[in-house]
Write a protein that binds this ligand. Structure first.
Ligand SMILES: Nc1nc2c([nH]c(=O)n2[C@@H]2O[C@H](COP(=O)(O)OP(=O)(O)OP(=O)(O)O)[C@@H](O)[C@H]2O)c(=O)[nH]1
Length: 143
């Protein structure tokens, strides 16, 4: 009998600034994948919609307020993560209130898509980069 992995739903935000750079944060020591750069977000808790989870995570992690209306689904990643199977829902957020602060992460960084390719990121994020580049009208980086 085939055993199917438990799905692990996570939301993340692509926050884009006026110059087309996107915000990434560095995972803190003591967490899985410490030191890697990721898009702000986190687990969808029981009883939450993806949009509700996104608003909560961005408030907790960055201290900013986004309205669900200012965030639209962009793409998703699907990848094995230990014993589970990660479903990472990436939303593009076009407006928010407040200046992002690293409330959970070790550091924040605004990066061009070309710079993202040179940052260590979780494996699940790598297939997202060409899609992000395309959505921002930037050229994907050939490896
Ligand atoms: N936020 C975020 N998580 C990602 C990305 N890519 C990726 O593989 N993940 C994985 O998705 C999972 C998110 O879970 P988490 O534990 O960080 O979420 P959380 O903020 O709810 O954590 P918490 O339990 O400390 O509250 C982690 O295993 C993380 O490595 C990404 O770009 N952004």
């Amino acid at each position: 009998m085939e055993i199917y992995p438990t799905l692990f739903p996570v939301v993340a935000a692509l926050l884009v600034d006026d110059t087309g750079r996107v915000l990434v944060q560095q995972r803190p020591q003591g967490t899985a994948m410490a030191g890697l750069w990721e898009f702000p977000g986190g687990k969808i808790e029981a009883g939450e919609s993806p949009e509700t989870a996104l608003v909560r995570e961005l408030a907790e992690e960055l201290g900013i307020t986004v309205l669900p209306d200012a965030c639209e689904p962009l793409t998703f990643a699907s990848a094995t993560l230990g014993q589970k199977h990660l479903i990472l829902l990436l939303f593009r957020c076009t407006a928010w209130q407040g200046e992002p602060r690293a409330l959970h992460a070790t550091a924040l960084r605004w990066a061009t898509v070309a710079e993202l390719y040179s940052l260590p990121m979780p494996p699940a994020d790598l297939p997202l980069l060409p899609i992000i580049a395309q959505s921002l009208g930037q050229k994907p980086v050939c490896s």
